[in-house]
Design a protein around this ligand. Structure first.
Ligand SMILES: Cc1cc2nc3c(=O)[nH]c(=O)nc-3n(C[C@H](O)[C@H](O)[C@H](O)COP(=O)(O)O)c2cc1C
Length: 158
């Protein structure tokens, strides 16, 4: 077994844990939508519907959620890789991906994503350089389609 000196192996270990890919969206003061690619999300309970998202304190999204309290989660379909790539880079705040790509956007969630949640923050737990945000899910929906997959630090299809 490796120990803490081997960060690369630790990354590779977690790379084996296959997940879907989501976008966490927040609405800015200028009404535009900011997005962040995330797989650190967890369904804590269904009744009541509670979600946990783990966000690095350096992320723009971190402070947007703290300030706005509400956010969306969209689970991407297998043809939405471009959206995941865009929102995993430091994107210029205020630049509206959805306008220039003519992407349809719901109120706070991404259209054609395979599951959508609108969430309201009720608790924050700071763990070193991340904050765990616990939120109620107030509205939700889903669409047919295959998920986009994240495995070994690459996007894949089923
Ligand atoms: C597949 C994938 C999953 C990610 N999951 C998370 C996550 O759960 N939490 C997090 O803080 N960053 C996560 N990131 C990194 C952010 O997407 C990335 O740092 C992004 O640029 C942050 O945007 P922002 O600073 O504009 O909010 C993930 C990146 C990828 C590619």
């Amino acid at each position: 077994m490796k120990n803490l000196d081997d960060q690369l192996t630790l990354r590779e270990c977690w790379g084996r844990f296959t997940t879907g890919v989501s976008i966490i969206t927040t609405r800015l003061d200028n009404k535009k939508i900011h997005g962040m690619t995330a797989n650190g999300i967890l369904s804590v309970s269904l009744n009541p519907p509670i979600v946990l998202v783990s966000i690095g304190i350096e992320r723009n999204t971190h402070d947007f959620i703290k300030k706005k309290k509400s956010f969306g989660i969209s689970v991407l379909n297998s043809s939405q890789k471009e959206i995941a790539e865009y929102f995993s880079k430091d994107n210029i705040l205020g630049e509206n991906f959805f306008d220039y790509k003519e992407m349809p956007l719901g109120e706070l969630v991404i259209c054609k994503s395979i599951a959508q949640f609108e969430c309201n923050l009720f608790k924050e737990i700071k763990i070193f350089d991340h904050t765990l945000f616990l939120a109620t899910i107030d509205n939700f929906d889903f669409s047919e389609g295959d998920p986009l997959i994240w495995l070994d630090s690459k996007y894949k299809k089923i």
